[in-house]
Design a protein around this ligand. Structure first.
Ligand SMILES: Cc1cc2nc3c(=O)[nH]c(=O)nc-3n(C[C@H](O)[C@H](O)[C@H](O)COP(=O)(O)OP(=O)(O)OC[C@H]3O[C@@H](n4cnc5c(N)ncnc54)[C@H](O)[C@@H]3O)c2cc1C
Length: 376
C-alpha cells in the first residue's frame, strides 16, 4: 500500500470507482479503500437501467448529463479494463396499468421530448400488443421511450475500477476507520493502526455513509433502503423492451438482460437496517407484479434472488460536495435508485471540486450543507 496519495476515496462501489476514474483520467494519484470487494453491494446488484427520463425535478439535468457521459465513456472503460459491461440499448415502455394513469403518463411525452437524445410518444393498447403480444391485455396504453440503456451493474463497476487501476489508481482492500485531520483540514485516512496520508479525502460509503458522521463532526443523514430483485428464466423469443408499470400499486420493471434471464425489479423497504437477506415475501410480490405485466411469467422458474441497500438521504436527493467546516473533505452518496446512472456526473463534479474548488455542474442544491442549514 502507498503511504501517500493525492486523494483517498473511501468506498469501491460505482460512486467511489467513478470518482477515482475521473480523477485519475485528469492526472491525479488516487487510492481507493474498500473493505469488502469492488461492487459487492448495491453497485453490483442493481437492475442496471440507465434511464434519465423517468424522473423530473431538480435532479433531471444531472441525470441527463450523466447519461450522455455514459454513452461517451462506456466503450472506453470496457476497452481499458477488458470487462464486458453487457450493454444493451432497448426501448422503454411505461405502461398505464390503470385508467387513472393515462393523463399523467400522456403529459410525460412532451417533457421527455425536450431532451435531444430521447424520443417519446403515446401508444394505444393495440399498438403495444402489435409490438409485444405477450404484454397483459389488461392495459390502457403506455408511452414508448427510445432508447434507454440496460447493462450489468457489477461488470460496469468492475470495469470502472479496473480502468481506474490502469490509469494508476491503487485499490486497497481494507476498512477505513477514520479521517486524519490537521486542524480542520483532512490530511489522511485511518485504517485501524495504519494511516495513508493525502491532500483530499472523498467519502463514498453508500448506505454506510451515516457511520462516517463520527469522522466528520457533522451528521450525514443517510439510511439504507432494502431493495430486492428476482431473476427468472428468459422469454423465447427474447423480450426486447424494458417494461415498467405501477403493478398492483408498486413500481415494477420486467426486462430480459444480456445474461438471458428476465429480471423483476425491485422492492423498496425502509427501516430494515442492514438486513440483506432475500425474503419470501419479496419474491412473491415481485412475481405477482411481474405477472401483472407479462402473464406468461407465471410459469417461469426462479434463477436468482438478490437483496441489497440503496443509500437514501433524509430528503431523497443525493449529497454531492464538500463537508462543511472541513477543508479537503468531500462526500458523494444518497443516490437512491439512480447511482449507476449518476456515476459519471458525480465523478466529474467531485473531481472538479477536489482539483479546482468549483464545478460548472448544477450541484448547489445537493450539498450536505442543506441539512446543517435546516437545523440552524
Ligand atoms: C434493488 C436495486 C436496484 C437498483 N437499480 C438501479 C438501476 O437500475 N439504475 C441505477 O442507476 N441505480 C440503481 N440502483 C441504485 C444503485 O445501485 C445505488 O444508488 C448505487 O449502487 C450506490 O452506489 P455507492 O457506490 O454509493 O454504494 P455501494 O455500492 O453500497 O458502495 C459503497 C461501498 O463502500 C464500502 N464501504 C462502506 N464502509 C466502508 C469503510 N468503512 N471502509 C471501506 N469501505 C467501506 C462498502 O463495502 C461498499 O462497497 C438500484 C439499487 C437497488 C438496491
Amino acid at each position: 500500500m502507498r503511504q501517500r496519495s493525492d486523494v483517498v476515496v473511501v468506498g469501491g462501489g460505482i460512486i467511489g470507482s467513478s470518482i477515482a476514474y475521473r480523477l485519475a483520467s485528469e492526472g491525479v494519484q488516487v487510492t481507493i479503500i474498500e473493505r469488502d470487494s469492488v461492487g459487492n453491494h448495491a453497485s453490483g446488484y442493481a437492475l442496471g437501467l440507465l434511464n434519465p427520463t423517468n424522473e423530473a425535478g431538480k435532479i433531471e439535468i444531472l441525470n441527463h448529463r450523466s447519461f450522455k457521459m455514459h454513452k461517451e465513456m462506456l466503450d472506453v472503460v470496457q476497452e481499458e479494463s477488458g470487462v464486458d459491461a453487457q450493454v444493451l440499448r432497448m426501448p422503454h415502455i411505461e405502461l398505464a396499468l390503470d385508467e387513472s394513469e393515462i393523463p399523467s403518463l400522456m403529459s410525460e411525452v412532451d417533457r421527455i421530448n425536450e431532451f435531444d437524445e430521447f424520443s417519446s410518444r403515446w401508444m394505444e393498447p393495440d399498438e403495444i400488443h402489435k409490438l409485444e403480444p405477450r404484454i397483459s391485455k389488461d392495459i390502457y396504453g403506455g408511452i414508448l421511450v427510445e432508447d434507454v440503456i440496460m447493462l450489468d451493474s457489477y461488470n460496469l463497476t468492475l470495469a470502472t475500477a479496473q480502468a481506474a487501476e490502469s490509469r494508476g489508481v491503487e485499490i486497497v482492500l481494507s476498512e477505513a476507520t477514520g479521517v486524519v485531520y490537521e486542524k480542520d483540514r483532512a490530511i489522511g485516512v485511518q485504517l485501524g493502526n495504519e494511516e495513508i496520508s493525502c491532500d483530499s479525502v472523498v467519502l463514498a460509503l453508500g448506505p454506510w455513509s451515516g457511520t462516517a458522521s463520527l469522522w466528520t463532526d457533522i451528521d450525514i443523514p443517510i439510511v439504507p433502503q432494502k431493495g430486492e430483485i428476482v431473476r427468472v428464466e428468459g422469454f423465447n423469443p427474447p423480450l426486447g423492451f424494458h417494461l415498467h408499470g405501477n403493478a398492483l400499486g408498486s413500481s415494477c420493471s420486467v426486462v430480459q438482460k444480456a445474461d438471458g434471464a428476465t429480471w423483476l425489479a425491485a422492492t423498496s423497504e425502509d427501516g430494515r437496517g442492514f438486513d440483506m437477506t432475500p425474503s419470501l415475501a419479496a419474491m412473491e410480490t415481485l412475481s405477482q407484479r411481474g405477472t401483472r405485466i407479462m402473464p406468461e411469467l407465471e410459469s417461469h422458474q426462479l434463477v436468482l434472488h438478490t437483496a441489497c441497500m440503496r443509500p437514501v438521504a433524509a430528503d431523497g436527493e443525493p449529497i454531492i460536495g464538500g463537508v462543511p467546516g472541513k477543508d479537503g473533505l468531500f462526500t458523494a452518496t444518497g443516490t437512491g435508485g439512480k447511482g449507476i446512472l449518476m456515476g459519471p456526473v458525480i465523478g466529474k463534479a467531485i473531481s472538479d471540486l477536489v482539483q479546482h474548488g468549483i464545478t460548472d455542474l448544477p450541484i448547489e442544491e445537493f450539498s450536505l450543507e442543506r441539512f446543517t442549514n435546516q437545523s440552524d
